[in-house]
Design a protein around this ligand. Structure first.
Ligand SMILES: [Zn+2]
Ligand SMILES: [Zn+2]
Length: 134
């Protein structure tokens, strides 16, 4: 079980069980939304996360994959919380930087590395995918 939340405290969440994976995403849209070089995403079943508080959302239509992604964030402080691919909303991505213990979520793989920034080094031995996984 893991917990997390936004900067202002209006949104809190709880994740039951272990994540399915932890994926670092280098796509331009994750980069813009996170404001960071890449986004570390905790991949969980949609049913594994319970959220308290109001989330604002943006249906992101112009993604690298061509599949819209519902991006949810705290409407008060703007912290990004959850992304739901509309192609398969049963699996969601929770932004690892918002976890109370973000150090627990080291990326297990890197995706969309074709848009990786040139100064980002990916640790040797981690699987890399130019686009999405399979
Ligand atoms: Zn907030
Ligand atoms: Zn992405």
């Amino acid at each position: 079980m893991s917990q997390g939340g936004c900067n202002c405290g209006a949104v809190r969440y709880r994740i039951e069980g272990a994540p399915l994976s932890v994926a670092a995403c280098h796509c331009s849209n994750c980069r813009r939304q996170s404001g960071a070089a890449y986004s570390v995403n905790i991949i969980v079943k949609a049913s594994a996360i319970t959220i308290e508080g109001e989330l604002a959302s943006y249906l992101d239509p112009d993604t690298s994959s061509g599949q819209p992604v519902l991006r949810e964030y705290c409407g008060t402080c703007g912290s990004p919380i959850r992304s739901t691919p509309q192609a398969d909303p049963r699996i969601v991505a929770v932004k690892a930087g918002t976890a109370d213990a973000p150090g627990d979520f080291a990326p297990k793989l890197h995706i969309w590395t074709k848009s990786r920034l040139p100064w980002v080094e990916i640790p040797a031995g981690l699987p890399q995918f130019p686009e999405n996984v399979g």
